[in-house]
Design a protein around this ligand. Structure first.
Ligand code: HEC
Length: 136
């Protein structure tokens, strides 16, 4: 009886592992190569302008915010840990600043990315300025 339920548990565990790795592979992107979670941003967000674009002060402020709020999951260099993706990937960097700002506000709770709607809008733009500074 005990052995039987152990087998059942093992099967269950294996199923979860299988589902987990399948979803890892399914990091689908749109035709621009942007992660679908971000690409779900409404089209209008593509024209949103980051008021802090390329400003060194904002990049620095964004870095501080990143270390405070994001590094625990994405790593101090934003290279990703486990499911929390590497933010240097072109699948993230190809997104427009507006799409990133939208994504930060909404998150992807279902997949473990918190929503940052509690941060003032200005701070989300500073975070975007920091993320975009990786490309230089
Ligand atoms: C509790 C852990 C956690 C924290 C804290 C966190 N993230 Fe994430 N983040 C994730 C996970 C998990 C994903 C992958 C979600 C998925 O599979 O789509 C993710 C994905 C992302 C993505 C890529 C879009 C995507 O859907 O994969 C960006 C950009 C991002 N995070 C930025 C940030 C920023 C900026 C912060 C800090 C304000 C932050 N994250 C804080 C866990 C976290």
């Amino acid at each position: 009886m005990i052995r039987r339920s152990l087998c059942g548990l093992l099967l269950l565990a294996l199923t979860f592992v299988a589902i987990g790795s399948a979803s890892e592979r399914e990091r689908e992107t749109d035709d621009r190569g942007v992660l679908l979670a971000i690409a779900q941003a409404p089209l209008k967000t593509r024209s949103w302008h980051n008021p802090y674009q390329g400003q060194p002060d904002a990049v620095l402020a964004g870095k501080k915010l990143f270390l405070q709020h994001c590094a625990e999951c994405h790593g101090p260099q934003a290279r990703g840990i486990g499911r929390a993706v590497n933010l240097h990937l072109s699948a993230v960097q190809n997104a427009t600043p507006g799409e990133l700002a939208w994504f930060l506000r909404n998150g992807n709770l279902w997949r473990g990315m918190p929503a940052w709607s509690g941060l003032p809008e200005q701070r989300r733009w500073q975070l975007v300025a920091y993320l975009k500074s990786f490309r230089r």
